[in-house]
Design a binder for this molecule. Structure first.
Ligand SMILES: NC(=O)c1ccc[n+]([C@@H]2O[C@H](COP(=O)([O-])OP(=O)(O)OC[C@H]3O[C@@H](n4cnc5c(N)ncnc54)[C@H](OP(=O)(O)O)[C@@H]3O)[C@@H](O)[C@H]2O)c1
Length: 220
């Protein structure tokens, strides 16, 4: 697949490397320091190119949007209309800028302001260091990447990408009810916690039922 990257820092850079390793082509974009993008492009090799956010949107069958919360308006302005593209939002609402209203998830807010996007949120619950180290684990130790969004076909496409990148995709439902995968880290949320497939279904069941999720699992 062709993957457009808007932001290629700690999380976006991991995603670009892992997607390229899985055989996808990535177009990197959106940096104050073009040298950082150039060095990532060189590291990835022939599966990577560099252009503008608007070009990354046009290029990507999936666009990965991975910028600091405060830079979202600028990134969206440079990206333009997403024109029906599947967009994976990795952001968390830290720092300055427009914040979700009480009772509104960050996912619902961003889905609204990403014009034309088939919105999916993922890659946001685990630190960049952990994601880098855990990608590609085998068998039962594989790590869950939670997914939410209101477009089932978009989530299915994203699930395939996530699987190929070395994780277990788990769909937590729509953007209105995905607050357990959003910041901050706290009891009763999956944000900031490692999950494996064996413990994911019970979380999904609880979220769909509007019930508290089971206690956070601990792994050896
Ligand atoms: N780091 C984590 O552990 C982690 C985990 C889960 C989710 N997230 C979320 O994922 C998103 C990306 O986080 P990250 O840690 O990957 O961020 P990051 O390392 O700071 O990367 C941000 C990317 O955006 C680019 N950028 C372009 N214009 C910018 C501007 N005006 N201000 C800042 N950056 C700009 C940066 O390039 P230049 O530096 O060249 O400008 C870089 O490619 C955030 O919303 C974060 O909350 C982060």
């Amino acid at each position: 697949m062709k993957i457009g990257m808007i932001g290629a820092g700690r999380i976006g850079g991991n995603c670009a490397r892992q997607a390229a390793k899985a055989g996808h082509h990535v177009m990197l974009s959106f940096a104050r320091d073009p040298a950082k993008l150039e060095s990532l492009r060189e590291e990835i090799g022939e599966n990577a190119s560099i252009s503008s956010p608007a070009d990354a949107v046009a290029f990507g069958e999936i666009v990965i949007f991975s910028v600091p919360w405060s830079a979202i308006p600028e990134a969206l302005a440079q990206a333009g209309d997403f024109a029906g593209k599947v967009v994976i939002d990795t952001t968390n609402q830290f720092g300055s800028g427009l914040m979700p209203q009480p009772g509104q998830t960050a996912a619902a807010l961003n889905a609204q302001r990403m014009r034309g996007a088939r919105y999916v949120k993922s890659f946001n619950t685990l630190t960049a260091g952990f994601q880098k180290q855990a990608a590609g684990r085998d068998g039962a130790t594989r790590v869950v990447q939670w997914v939410c969004g209101d477009d089932p076909a978009a989530k299915q496409l994203v699930a395939g990408l996530i699987q190929g990148m070395g994780y277990v995709p788990v769909d937590l439902g729509g953007t209105a009810t995905c607050e357990v995968m959003e910041a901050p880290r706290r009891p009763g949320a999956v944000y900031g916690e490692e999950y494996r497939a064996q413990d994911a279904q019970a979380v999904d069941d609880a979220v769909q039922a509007g019930a508290p999720i089971p206690p956070t699992p601990r792994y050896e």
